[in-house]
Structures are given as C-alpha cells and as structure tokens.
Design a protein around this ligand. Structure first.
Ligand SMILES: [Zn+2]
Length: 348
C-alpha cells in the first residue's frame, strides 16, 4: 500500500522502449536516487502478452521487471501508470489507440476524422457507460502491475474532454459518469489490496479556481469531488499545474480539506515549479493549524517526453547545474535542480 506517513519525492516519466528503460535506470542511479527521490511513476508503452493486438509499445514484462529490481535496490517505489478514460488517442489526435481503433464501439465521440487535430479534437475518451471495455483494460493493467510487482497503480484520468456525448451517455450527468469510472478502477485494485493514484484535474472547477481547461474541468465533471462514496479519500491525488498562477493554487487546500493525500506535480519551468511548491507549503501550514483531514504528501516532477540516452544525458547535466541548452530535457533537469533545496527539508 502507499505509505502516507513518508514524505514523497516523485518523478513521473513516459517510456516507450526497452532502451528507454535502460536510460531510465541510469537516471535513477545517477540522478534521482542520490537526491532522495523515493517514487517513480512510469507511463510505459507495453508489448502485451494478454492482448498483443492492442500493444502500443515494445516494453516487455521482463523489461518492467528489470526496472522493478533497480527500484527495489534503490528504495524507490515503482508505480506504473495507465491512462484511463481520456488520453485514448495516438498521433494525430483523431486516431484512437489500438484498442479503441479495433473496437470503435468504445469511442465516446466517433464522429471525429482520424486525421483531426486540435482544436477539432483534443484526445479521444472511452465511453464511460460501456463497461465491456474492462474485459480488455483490466488484464492489460494487471499484466503491467504484475511485472512491476507494485502495490499502487496510477490510473491517469487527466484531461478528459469527451464525456456524456455518445447516444449511450447523452443526458447523463458527466460527474456521475466520471465518478463511477473512478469507483470501478478503484475497486478493481482494492480487491487486490492495492491503492490507486490519479491526476486531480477533473475534480477541479476551472472557472471558480481560475485554472485553464486542461488543469481543471470545464465539462461538468468537477462536482464528482463531493461524491465521497465513489471518489474515496484513500486515493492519492496528483494535483498538476504547470502554469504560474499569481494568486495561488486553491486546489491544494481543497484536496486537503476534502481528506486526500495530495502531491503537487510540476513540469518544465523552474520558476513556476518553485512558485507552486511555495504555495503548497502554505496549504500544509494551514492544514496543520486548522486540523484539516488530508495532507500535503510531497511532490512530483513530471517529464512528458519518451526517454532516450541523449535526453537523459542532458537531463542529468541540467540537474547538476551544468549547461544543457534550452530543450525540454534541460528544462526538466533545471526544475529538479531548482527544487532540490526547496524539498530536501520537507517533512510531513
Ligand atoms: Zn458513452
């Protein structure tokens, strides 16, 4: 289970190939473990044994197991991530991932052309009313979990735009559709004694909080926050904000007041990351002073590019304060470099 008594310092990344796993292992050994990182959220593109036809990458169970060995050795908790409900698009965004491509009955908005891009579509979603999808999704998630020997699974759930659109869902409450999906995913893993993590953005009202529609919801899902029987407070929330919000980040204290353990999640601009973390510490102070039921559990640095040798080399150089250029790898490294002194004294 997820240890809520320990301050979490996490790193999230995409990784698509066995070579990428090797690059990630180097990053863990040389960069993250020495800095006290104790959580790795790995969004892996897998080659499945259960459903090879729905594979979207070349990482095998053996590669994931190799990663799990290194994490165990370094005292880093490995949490695999599978994007659920939203983020079901390949590239271009109008083209669904292999499962939905071969089962169009699961696509929430099938009217989109395969070559469509933003702003005609953001990403496909699966239909939140068609539970037949779980006979495919769960064996694939279980295969990843087993290979990683994990006790916590990150179920994604971020940036869902397409909901309550298809004939099956039209007229239903988007918050109910979202909440029931969370409950189905939660209960699947709870039956195995596992915890789940999820991105928090769909539980936030973008208009009242002053957030944009990626980091918070504009499509009627946010009232699900208060459906406590479905969005249970044992779920670990990753509250991501990559833009700078000069008036602060009301979501952190909202999640703490609601009883969640929340992990603010930052990305590629060092100034924004430090700003967000500084405000998160205000929420931690307030939560202790007023006895709110949840807690600030730590933080997560995210990386949204698939790892390669060169990428990791630049990331490490920037993490060490060296000159690594202005690309994303260097920017993510600079965030870790800037955050290091801010997080090393963080205690729960
Ligand atoms: Zn639907």
């Amino acid at each position: 289970m997820f240890d809520r008594t320990k301050a979490t310092i996490g790193f999230h990344t995409l990784v698509a190939t066995p070579e990428g796993i090797d690059s990630l292992i180097r990053l863990l050994r040389e960069g993250l473990a020495p800095r006290g990182f104790n959580l790795l959220i790995a969004e892996m593109r897998f080659q499945f044994k259960c459903f090879p036809e729905y594979s979207s990458g070349t990482i095998t169970a053996e590669d994931a197991s190799r990663l799990a060995d290194v994490c165990e050795e370094l005292g880093i908790k490995l949490v695999p991530l599978w994007p659920c409900l939203g983020h079901q698009s390949d590239s271009p965004a109008g083209t669904p991932l292999p499962l939905l491509k071969q089962h169009p009955e699961f696509i929430e908005n099938p009217t989109v052309a395969p070559d469509a891009t933003w702003p005609d579509i953001y990403h496909h979603s699966w239909c939140a009313s068609n539970d037949d999808i779980y006979q495919y999704i769960f064996p694939m998630m279980d295969e990843i979990a087993e290979a990683c020997r994990c006790d916590t699974f990150h179920v994604g759930l971020d940036e869902v735009f397409d909901i309550a659109m298809c004939p099956r869902c039209k007229g239903k409450d988007p918050a109910e559709l979202f909440a029931r999906t969370v409950k189905i995913l939660h209960d699947h893993f709870a039956e195995k004694g596992m915890d789940i993590m999820m991105w928090g953005d769909r539980l936030l009202d973008s208009i009242s909080m002053g957030y944009q529609m990626w980091e918070a919801d504009r499509f009627g899902m946010f009232p699900a926050l208060h459906m406590k029987d479905k969005i249970t407070r044992d779920i670990i929330i990753c509250d991501w904000h990559y833009d700078l919000h000069s008036a602060g980040y009301p979501s952190v204290e909202t999640f703490i007041k609601e009883g969640f353990t929340v992990l603010p999640s930052v990305f590629h601009v060092a100034e924004n990351a430090v700003h967000f973390w500084t405000h998160a510490l205000e929420a931690q102070y307030l939560s202790k002073r007023y006895g709110w039921p949840g807690q600030l559990g730590g933080m997560i640095c995210t990386n949204w590019t698939h790892l390669t040798d060169e990428y990791v080399q630049n990331l490490l150089t920037a993490m060490n304060g060296g000159e690594a250029g202005e690309e994303l790898d260097a920017m993510v490294g600079k965030v870790i470099h800037a955050m290091e002194p801010k997080i090393e004294k963080f205690k729960l």
